[in-house]
Each structure stands twice: as structure tokens, then as C-alpha cells.
Design a protein around this ligand. Structure first.
Ligand SMILES: [Zn+2]
Length: 375
């Protein structure tokens, strides 16, 4: 299970050593961008903290934890935009109960920077006087947004961003994806989670191509086109969620067949439903994130081409178009466009309406100095 964490050798060494020597801390902070293995590392750690072999990855305990079906391993994630104090209070209560079948109760807190002040305070109280046999793993891409009092109670481990070569290695090596497809997905995706979707979802390449056509469309047309384009992105996110829901329903059915409808299954079913709801919300947001990241990579390529470095382009598939357009675009405008994309990304992550943010962004990208790409 540790071998799957490509590119995080230092983190893996530290965690394995601590687990094998029975020297695990009671709280960890996993800092790093999305899609680099923070979540798999958290569950591998949870398995190690419960496995009789200190983390073999293969025994029933490890397998149950890694399947996310172990009753002593809990995932806490934002309800909507925030992690609320009620969620942390429930964690606190649970932390003081003894484990159901394992050795260590583990609480994995996803997007920990989204705890509101009350929630962070409630967590701080447990971290200050942690009950025995409890392990917290806080996961965040913005450790500086956590209260220092909380962060200082955790052992911090920094996850390195994966390079495109490492993403390619994971896709081809661990997921059996065709090398050419893995090369392309690794190059354009920006992170592992998206690279996997690009490589596995047959609709994904065409959708990405449509994202790369947005700059040209926006440059040629007025605000009506900007609004239409924003509407299309929204439709894409609705479709992505519907697709996910279909796989989730299959999973829920399988769950019902395995566990039946008897007593005691209600809690497990509720956990599964909660997880599905969170995944759907995340998938919806991921589509916006992906569109913004594709746009940014296109404008960055234009900058590279304008600086006379066309060999370094990410979007080689549309390289000709980019190289042709580059001399006609002002570099200052491109920097401004990249800045506005970053603004949009932040606004959406802070719970602004994605549809409205995209409309505003797309209008700006079309005016006042349109990028004449493909015109
Ligand atoms: Zn094991």
C-alpha cells in the first residue's frame, strides 16, 4: 500500500518507521496539493495503526481500512463549504469511546483548513489532551489557513507535487493504462486524480478539447457568448455528477447485497450515503477547477510561445494554433488573464456561485483586449 505512493518517499519513510517502531504521533498534518496521495497515505497510516503487522497492506484489517469500511476509521469532510463545530463535537465524543474492533481510532479530516473557528477550537481541545489510542490526520492544501494553535499540535508532513513523469508512472505502472494515453494524461492533467479521469473516461479528451477552444470563442464574440459558454460548463458539471451518481448507485446496491438490510447496517449505509454526497459535491466543483486549469494552461502556453519557448508547451495537440496566435497577443494581457483565472479559482473555493464567477471571468477574457486565438 505504501508502494503506490509515487513521489512521496520522504513522507513514506517517516510514516513507516514510526508505525513499525510503535512511535506514531497522535496527530499528523498532511500538507500538499490535491491528487498527490495525501488521502491514500492517511488510510495507509490508519491501516498501519490497526494492522497486527504494523502495516502489511494485505491482512483483513488493512484491507478493510483501505476499502474505507473499518468502523474505527472515520472520515470528516466539509458539509457544504465548512467543517462545522457539530461535526467536530461528534468526533470528540467518538474519540473517547473505545475502538470497536481495532487498536486505534483514526479520524481523517479532509480539507482541514475549512474548519470554522468554533470547529477548530473544539478540535484543539482534543488535540491538547488526546485520549489514548486515537490518531488524527488533518489533510490540507492550505496549511497557512489553519489556526497555528492547531497546526502546532500536529506532526507536519509535506507532500511534494507530482511531476508529469511521476503521474505517467503511476498511470502506466499501477493502473495499467496504455503508455501513450498515460503520457498525454500525465502532461495535461496537472494532478493524479484528474489524469486518471482523463485516461479512463472516454468522454474526457473531447471535453478537454472544448475547454481549450474557449479562449478563441470568447475572443471572437460578445457577452452573450460568454454567458453561453459558462452555461455549457455548468451543464458539463451536472453531467459529471449524474455519471458519478450512476456508479455510486451500483456501489450502494452491491453494499446492500453484501451487508443485507438487517440491524446494524443502518449506520454503515448512512456512512456510505454521506460519502457519496460528498463525492458528488466534490465532482461538481472539480469540473470548474478543471476548466480553469485548462484555460490557465492554454494562456501559459501562449506566454511560452510568445517568449520563444514553443518546445515547452503543455498543449502540444493545439501547438500550431498557439504558436500562430502568440505574436498577436500582448504578454501583459496574458498575465492579467492568468491573474483573473486565479481569482476565479479562489472565489469558487470560497463558496461563490461557480456559474456567476465563470460568467464574469469569461466576459473579462473576451474583453476589452480579446485574444485573437484561432480568429
Ligand atoms: Zn495488515
Amino acid at each position: 500500500m505504501w508502494d503506490r505512493l509515487v513521489g512521496q518517499e520522504a513522507v513514506v519513510r517517516a510514516l513507516r518507521a514510526a508505525a513499525e517502531q510503535d512511535a506514531l504521533g497522535h496527530a499528523y498534518l498532511f500538507a500538499g496539493p490535491q491528487g498527490v496521495g495525501r488521502m491514500p497515505a492517511a488510510f495507509a497510516l490508519a491501516a498501519s495503526a490497526n494492522c497486527p503487522e504494523r502495516g502489511c497492506g494485505a491482512c483483513p484489517v488493512c484491507r478493510k481500512v483501505l476499502r474505507r469500511a473499518h468502523p474505527d476509521v472515520h472520515l470528516v469532510a466539509p458539509e457544504g463549504a465548512q467543517i462545522l463545530v457539530g461535526q467536530v463535537r461528534a468526533v470528540r465524543e467518538e474519540a473517547f469511546r473505545s475502538p470497536i474492533e481495532g487498536r486505534t481510532k483514526v479520524f481523517v479530516v479532509e480539507d482541514a483548513e475549512r474548519m470554522n473557528a468554533a470547529a477548530a477550537n473544539a478540535l484543539l481541545k482534543v488535540l491538547e489532551e488526546p485520549p489514548a489510542g486515537v490518531l488524527f490526520v488533518l489533510i490540507t492544501e492550505a496549511p497557512e489557513d489553519l489556526p497555528p494553535t492547531v497546526a502546532s499540535r500536529c506532526r507536519r508532513l509535506d507532500f511534494a507535487p507530482l511531476g508529469s513523469a511521476q503521474v505517467r508512472e503511476v498511470l502506466a505502472g499501477h493502473h495499467g493504462i496504455d503508455p501513450d494515453l498515460a503520457e498525454w494524461a500525465g502532461r495535461v492533467a496537472g494532478n493524479l486524480a484528474r489524469a486518471l479521469r482523463l485516461a479512463r473516461d472516454p468522454d474526457a479528451p473531447a471535453l478537454r478539447e472544448a475547454h481549450l477552444e474557449l479562449p478563441g470563442r470568447l475572443a471572437r464574440a460578445g457577452p452573450a457568448e460568454a454567458i453561453r459558454a459558462a452555461g455549457e460548463v455548468k451543464a458539463e458539471s451536472v453531467a459529471a455528477v449524474a455519471k458519478l451518481r450512476a456508479t455510486q448507485e451500483a456501489g450502494a446496491k452491491e453494499h446492500a447485497e453484501v451487508f443485507g438490510d438487517g440491524r446494524g447496517t443502518a449506520a454503515a449505509r448512512k456512512r456510505l450515503e454521506d460519502r457519496h454526497r460528498r463525492e458528488a459535491k466534490r465532482r461538481e466543483m472539480d469540473v470548474y477547477e478543471e476548466v480553469l486549469s485548462d484555460l490557465a494552461s492554454f494562456y501559459r502556453d501562449l506566454l511560452l510561445a510568445a517568449s520563444g519557448a514553443p518546445d515547452a508547451l503543455v498543449n502540444r495537440e493545439v501547438g500550431d494554433r498557439i504558436v500562430r496566435a502568440a505574436p498577436r497577443v500582448e504578454r501583459r494581457w496574458l498575465l492579467h488573464a492568468l491573474d483573473r483565472i486565479e481569482w476565479a479559482r479562489r472565489a469558487i473555493s470560497r463558496n461563490a456561485s461557480p456559474a456567476l464567477v465563470l460568467e464574469a471571468l469569461f466576459m473579462e477574457l473576451g474583453a476589452p483586449r480579446p485574444v485573437p486565438v484561432g480568429a
